[in-house]
Design a protein around this ligand. Structure first.
Ligand code: AR6
Length: 204
Protein backbone atom coordinates (compact mmCIF):
# COMPACT_ATOMS: atom_id res chain seq x y z
CA UNK A 1 0.00 0.00 0.00
CA UNK A 2 3.02 2.29 0.35
CA UNK A 3 3.08 2.58 -3.44
CA UNK A 4 -0.29 4.29 -3.29
CA UNK A 5 0.89 7.00 -0.89
CA UNK A 6 2.81 9.66 -2.74
CA UNK A 7 5.89 11.19 -1.22
CA UNK A 8 5.70 14.84 -0.36
CA UNK A 9 7.62 15.57 -3.55
CA UNK A 10 5.21 13.61 -5.75
CA UNK A 11 2.23 15.06 -3.97
CA UNK A 12 3.36 18.59 -4.66
CA UNK A 13 4.04 17.64 -8.22
CA UNK A 14 0.58 16.25 -8.79
CA UNK A 15 -1.30 19.16 -7.34
CA UNK A 16 0.61 21.47 -9.62
CA UNK A 17 2.11 23.88 -7.14
CA UNK A 18 3.36 27.01 -8.81
CA UNK A 19 6.36 27.24 -6.54
CA UNK A 20 8.64 24.70 -8.19
CA UNK A 21 11.34 24.83 -5.54
CA UNK A 22 10.24 21.68 -3.79
CA UNK A 23 10.68 19.72 -7.00
CA UNK A 24 14.32 20.56 -7.60
CA UNK A 25 17.30 18.43 -6.68
CA UNK A 26 17.48 14.68 -6.19
CA UNK A 27 17.44 12.54 -3.09
CA UNK A 28 16.04 15.39 -1.05
CA UNK A 29 14.20 15.05 2.21
CA UNK A 30 10.83 15.50 0.53
CA UNK A 31 11.23 12.04 -1.04
CA UNK A 32 11.22 10.47 2.41
CA UNK A 33 8.04 11.94 3.85
CA UNK A 34 4.34 11.77 3.05
CA UNK A 35 1.21 13.43 4.29
CA UNK A 36 -1.71 11.03 4.53
CA UNK A 37 -5.17 11.88 5.83
CA UNK A 38 -7.13 8.97 7.21
CA UNK A 39 -7.14 5.94 9.44
CA UNK A 40 -3.65 4.81 10.51
CA UNK A 41 -4.80 1.22 11.07
CA UNK A 42 -5.11 0.51 7.33
CA UNK A 43 -1.49 1.36 6.55
CA UNK A 44 0.67 -1.53 5.42
CA UNK A 45 4.03 -0.44 6.74
CA UNK A 46 6.84 -1.77 8.91
CA UNK A 47 5.40 0.13 11.86
CA UNK A 48 2.65 2.48 12.94
CA UNK A 49 2.97 4.63 16.05
CA UNK A 50 0.26 4.61 18.70
CA UNK A 51 -0.55 7.65 20.85
CA UNK A 52 -1.01 5.60 23.99
CA UNK A 53 -1.31 6.32 27.72
CA UNK A 54 1.13 5.23 30.40
CA UNK A 55 -0.75 2.00 31.13
CA UNK A 56 -0.33 0.85 27.50
CA UNK A 57 -3.58 -1.01 28.00
CA UNK A 58 -5.69 0.85 25.47
CA UNK A 59 -8.08 3.75 25.59
CA UNK A 60 -10.00 5.97 23.19
CA UNK A 61 -8.87 7.88 20.10
CA UNK A 62 -6.25 6.36 17.85
CA UNK A 63 -5.22 3.99 20.65
CA UNK A 64 -8.72 2.49 20.73
CA UNK A 65 -8.75 2.15 16.93
CA UNK A 66 -5.37 0.41 16.91
CA UNK A 67 -6.32 -2.07 19.65
CA UNK A 68 -9.61 -2.81 17.93
CA UNK A 69 -7.96 -3.46 14.58
CA UNK A 70 -4.99 -5.41 15.98
CA UNK A 71 -7.11 -7.74 18.11
CA UNK A 72 -6.77 -8.99 21.67
CA UNK A 73 -3.26 -10.40 21.21
CA UNK A 74 -2.02 -6.81 21.19
CA UNK A 75 -3.61 -6.22 24.57
CA UNK A 76 -2.02 -9.44 25.86
CA UNK A 77 1.44 -8.35 24.74
CA UNK A 78 0.92 -4.85 26.15
CA UNK A 79 0.13 -6.38 29.53
CA UNK A 80 3.67 -7.77 29.67
CA UNK A 81 5.30 -4.35 29.15
CA UNK A 82 4.70 -2.74 32.56
CA UNK A 83 3.48 0.50 31.07
CA UNK A 84 5.51 3.33 29.61
CA UNK A 85 6.60 6.76 30.85
CA UNK A 86 5.65 9.99 29.12
CA UNK A 87 8.00 10.67 26.21
CA UNK A 88 9.22 7.06 26.04
CA UNK A 89 8.24 4.35 23.53
CA UNK A 90 7.82 0.56 23.48
CA UNK A 91 7.33 -1.78 20.54
CA UNK A 92 4.99 -4.74 20.00
CA UNK A 93 3.90 -6.91 17.10
CA UNK A 94 1.08 -5.65 14.88
CA UNK A 95 -1.03 -8.86 15.04
CA UNK A 96 -4.14 -8.40 12.86
CA UNK A 97 -2.96 -5.02 11.57
CA UNK A 98 -1.37 -4.76 8.14
CA UNK A 99 1.57 -3.06 9.90
CA UNK A 100 4.23 -5.48 11.22
CA UNK A 101 4.87 -3.57 14.43
CA UNK A 102 3.19 -1.02 16.68
CA UNK A 103 5.33 1.51 18.49
CA UNK A 104 3.47 2.77 21.55
CA UNK A 105 4.50 6.17 22.78
CA UNK A 106 3.00 8.29 25.54
CA UNK A 107 2.54 11.95 24.77
CA UNK A 108 2.31 14.70 27.37
CA UNK A 109 -1.07 15.62 28.85
CA UNK A 110 -0.99 19.26 27.76
CA UNK A 111 -4.57 20.49 28.28
CA UNK A 112 -3.86 23.46 26.04
CA UNK A 113 -0.59 24.44 27.73
CA UNK A 114 2.71 24.40 25.83
CA UNK A 115 5.68 24.88 28.15
CA UNK A 116 9.20 23.42 28.07
CA UNK A 117 8.07 20.15 29.68
CA UNK A 118 5.31 19.54 27.16
CA UNK A 119 7.60 20.49 24.28
CA UNK A 120 10.44 18.25 25.46
CA UNK A 121 8.14 15.32 26.12
CA UNK A 122 6.47 15.51 22.73
CA UNK A 123 9.87 15.81 21.01
CA UNK A 124 11.02 12.73 22.94
CA UNK A 125 7.98 10.76 21.71
CA UNK A 126 9.06 11.24 18.10
CA UNK A 127 12.75 10.66 18.84
CA UNK A 128 12.25 7.53 20.92
CA UNK A 129 9.82 6.09 18.37
CA UNK A 130 12.31 6.67 15.56
CA UNK A 131 15.05 5.14 17.70
CA UNK A 132 13.00 1.93 17.88
CA UNK A 133 12.40 1.99 14.13
CA UNK A 134 16.17 2.09 13.66
CA UNK A 135 16.92 -0.48 16.36
CA UNK A 136 14.56 -2.98 14.76
CA UNK A 137 15.97 -2.36 11.29
CA UNK A 138 12.65 -1.03 10.00
CA UNK A 139 12.35 1.43 7.17
CA UNK A 140 8.76 2.69 6.96
CA UNK A 141 6.68 4.22 9.74
CA UNK A 142 3.54 6.32 10.21
CA UNK A 143 2.89 8.79 13.03
CA UNK A 144 -0.49 10.06 14.19
CA UNK A 145 -0.71 13.60 15.66
CA UNK A 146 0.46 12.54 19.12
CA UNK A 147 -1.13 14.33 22.12
CA UNK A 148 -3.34 16.60 20.01
CA UNK A 149 -6.60 14.77 20.75
CA UNK A 150 -7.66 13.80 24.26
CA UNK A 151 -4.34 15.09 25.70
CA UNK A 152 -5.00 18.61 24.38
CA UNK A 153 -1.64 19.65 22.89
CA UNK A 154 -2.41 22.59 20.57
CA UNK A 155 -2.30 21.45 16.95
CA UNK A 156 -0.03 24.10 15.47
CA UNK A 157 2.95 23.77 17.86
CA UNK A 158 2.48 19.98 17.86
CA UNK A 159 2.85 20.01 14.07
CA UNK A 160 6.03 22.04 14.33
CA UNK A 161 7.51 19.58 16.80
CA UNK A 162 6.48 16.52 14.76
CA UNK A 163 7.87 17.83 11.49
CA UNK A 164 11.08 19.38 12.81
CA UNK A 165 11.95 16.40 15.00
CA UNK A 166 11.44 13.94 12.15
CA UNK A 167 13.39 16.17 9.77
CA UNK A 168 16.39 16.33 12.11
CA UNK A 169 16.25 12.59 12.65
CA UNK A 170 16.27 11.83 8.93
CA UNK A 171 19.16 14.22 8.41
CA UNK A 172 21.15 12.61 11.21
CA UNK A 173 20.26 9.02 10.25
CA UNK A 174 20.17 9.14 6.45
CA UNK A 175 20.49 5.40 5.83
CA UNK A 176 17.82 4.00 8.10
CA UNK A 177 14.31 5.18 7.36
CA UNK A 178 13.06 5.31 3.80
CA UNK A 179 9.61 6.76 4.48
CA UNK A 180 7.87 8.57 7.31
CA UNK A 181 4.14 9.10 6.86
CA UNK A 182 2.45 11.85 8.82
CA UNK A 183 -0.99 10.36 9.29
CA UNK A 184 -3.40 13.16 10.11
CA UNK A 185 -7.03 12.48 10.87
CA UNK A 186 -8.57 15.93 10.98
CA UNK A 187 -8.88 18.56 8.28
CA UNK A 188 -7.30 21.16 10.59
CA UNK A 189 -4.18 19.01 11.00
CA UNK A 190 -4.08 18.28 7.28
CA UNK A 191 -4.01 22.01 6.56
CA UNK A 192 -1.41 22.71 9.25
CA UNK A 193 0.91 19.92 8.06
CA UNK A 194 0.51 20.76 4.40
CA UNK A 195 1.49 24.35 4.99
CA UNK A 196 4.43 23.50 7.24
CA UNK A 197 5.74 20.64 5.10
CA UNK A 198 6.10 22.85 2.07
CA UNK A 199 8.46 25.00 4.14
CA UNK A 200 10.23 22.43 6.31
CA UNK A 201 10.79 19.80 3.61
CA UNK A 202 11.63 22.18 0.84
CA UNK A 203 14.88 20.95 -0.71
CA UNK A 204 17.72 23.37 -0.99
N1 AR6 B 1 -6.02 7.07 12.68
C1 AR6 B 1 -5.23 8.17 12.75
N2 AR6 B 1 -5.42 9.17 13.63
C2 AR6 B 1 -6.47 9.07 14.46
C3 AR6 B 1 -7.35 7.96 14.46
C4 AR6 B 1 -7.08 6.92 13.52
N3 AR6 B 1 -7.84 5.83 13.42
N4 AR6 B 1 -8.29 8.16 15.42
C5 AR6 B 1 -8.02 9.35 16.00
N5 AR6 B 1 -6.93 9.90 15.42
P1 AR6 B 1 -5.82 10.87 20.55
P2 AR6 B 1 -3.76 11.75 22.45
C6 AR6 B 1 -6.27 11.18 15.71
O1 AR6 B 1 -6.89 11.44 21.40
O2 AR6 B 1 -4.21 13.15 22.35
C7 AR6 B 1 -6.38 7.63 24.34
O3 AR6 B 1 -7.45 7.36 25.20
C8 AR6 B 1 -7.02 12.23 16.49
O4 AR6 B 1 -7.96 12.91 15.66
O5 AR6 B 1 -6.03 9.53 19.97
O6 AR6 B 1 -2.29 11.46 22.40
C9 AR6 B 1 -5.10 7.04 24.87
O7 AR6 B 1 -5.31 5.78 25.50
C10 AR6 B 1 -5.87 13.13 16.90
O8 AR6 B 1 -5.52 13.98 15.81
O9 AR6 B 1 -4.39 10.79 21.33
C11 AR6 B 1 -4.63 8.08 25.83
O10 AR6 B 1 -5.29 7.94 27.07
C12 AR6 B 1 -4.71 12.16 17.13
O11 AR6 B 1 -5.14 10.93 16.53
C13 AR6 B 1 -5.04 9.37 25.17
O12 AR6 B 1 -6.16 9.03 24.33
C14 AR6 B 1 -4.37 11.91 18.59
O13 AR6 B 1 -5.55 11.93 19.39
C15 AR6 B 1 -3.96 9.94 24.30
O14 AR6 B 1 -4.36 11.19 23.81
Amino acid sequence: SLDKIPTWREDNYSDGREDGNVLTGTGGLSEKVSLYKGDITVLELDAIVNAANSSLLGGGGVDGCIHKAAGSCLYDECQTLNGCETGKAKITCGYDLPARFVIHTVGPVARGHVGPTETNDLTSCYQNSLRLVKEYGLSTVAFPCISTGIYGFPNEPAGDIALNTVKSWIEENPNTITRVIFCVFLETDFNIYKKKMSIIFEDN
